[in-house]
Design a protein around this ligand. Structure first.
Ligand code: 9Z3
Length: 313
């Protein structure tokens, strides 16, 4: 048995798995009937629980900015979007108003008989276009939200989504932007209850998470346009690691980024080329987001892929 098969045999799916599987199935069947293009956007970090009754866990950084903003740009390009995200990480549309920002846009008036809440006139110009896009995406059912928390939840959901996406053949894009842990504690090596400090300092031993890109590319969605992200903190490793990943898994594109500069610079690495996509200082100051040119480029590459008939070779 391969590592990944063993992983699914020894780790139970999350409690809401069957509900999510039905939602995925229904969403995919509808969009496949309509012959739409579809993208699976994964977003946010995964947790690695240290106990079955989880009080403590190891987390992966990632606010979900890349995934949530990219989902909006894919909708602009008429893709149906499965937004598979870490619960409570940033989501498309609402991401523009985090914390108190949303409340600050509202005014409340009370004339003694009734209370009304309105959007502050200064905020209408900012809020209206985002609300309109949100309503449009929801009413036309172009976006499905499904969430995960732990790396095990993520793996179950990823495979279930792929099972539904296979029918789209080359019309599906997988845009794997989530920050997925490489290490975890297998269920049979995890204590049931909260670790007790009275028992002394714990020794925590992490195991390697199987590389799901291998079955994903070769078995689950062999005709899809698969884009993975590679995150490094050492610039000297970035391109080599991205190239290694492409030659190992044989997918279409790796988007490589460095932790500190990820919001204004990424490198597109394909089997035949590598080039930078970046925002200038002025563009960043104007509020442009790097995900806009990233998604435009991915969409263009996806179109070329479909037109070349490469997935059928
Ligand atoms: C990324 O590299 C994403 O671009 C970020 C986005 C997580 C950096 P934010 O959510 O950050 O906007 O704050 N995602 C992929 C990270 C990852 O886990 N890659 C693995 C690896 O590099 C597997 S492909 O080995």
């Amino acid at each position: 048995m391969s590592n990944w098969e063993e992983f699914y045999n020894t780790h139970l799916p999350p409690a809401d798995f069957e509900d999510n599987r039905s939602l995925l199935k229904e969403f995919c069947e509808r969009h496949n009937r309509l012959q739409n293009r579809i993208v699976l956007v994964t977003s946010g970090g995964t947790t690695v629980p240290l106990e079955h009754n989880t009080v403590r866990f190891v987390d992966n950084f990632s606010a979900g900015t890349r995934g949530s903003s990219s989902a909006e740009y894919f909708l602009d390009h008429n893709y149906a979007v499965i937004f598979m995200h870490r619960l409570k990480s940033l989501e498309p549309f609402t991401r523009h108003f985090t914390g108190q920002q949303f409340f600050d846009m509202l005014d409340i008036t009370d004339n003694g008989q009734s209370t009304s809440i309105t959007v502050n006139p200064d905020s209408v110009d900012v809020f209206a276009p985002i609300l309109a896009k949100y309503k449009q995406a929801r009413e036309s059912q172009m976006i499905l939200y499904v969430s995960f928390t732990s790396v095990v939840d993520y793996m179950w959901l990823l495979r279930a989504a792929c099972e539904c996406l296979a029918a789209f053949e080359d019309r599906a894009v997988l845009y794997l932007a989530a920050a997925v842990s490489d290490f975890y504690i297998p269920q049979d090596m995890m204590p049931t209850h909260k670790m007790q400090s009275g028992e002394g300092a714990p020794t925590i031993s992490l195991q390697l998470v199987p590389k799901m890109l291998a079955p994903l590319v070769s078995l689950w969605v062999p005709q899809a346009f698969v884009v993975s992200f590679k995150l490094e903190t050492d610039e000297n490793l970035l391109i080599t690691k991205a190239r290694d990943s492409l030659s190992k898994y044989k997918h279409k594109l790796v988007i490589a980024n460095i932790l500190q500069t990820r919001k204004h610079r990424v490198v597109f690495v394909t089997p035949t080329s590598s080039y930078e996509v970046h925002l200038s200082r002025e563009q960043a100051l104007q509020g442009l987001e790097i995900e806009e040119p990233i998604v435009a480029d991915v969409v263009q590459k996806h179109s070329e892929f479909i037109n070349s008939g490469m997935s059928r070779q």
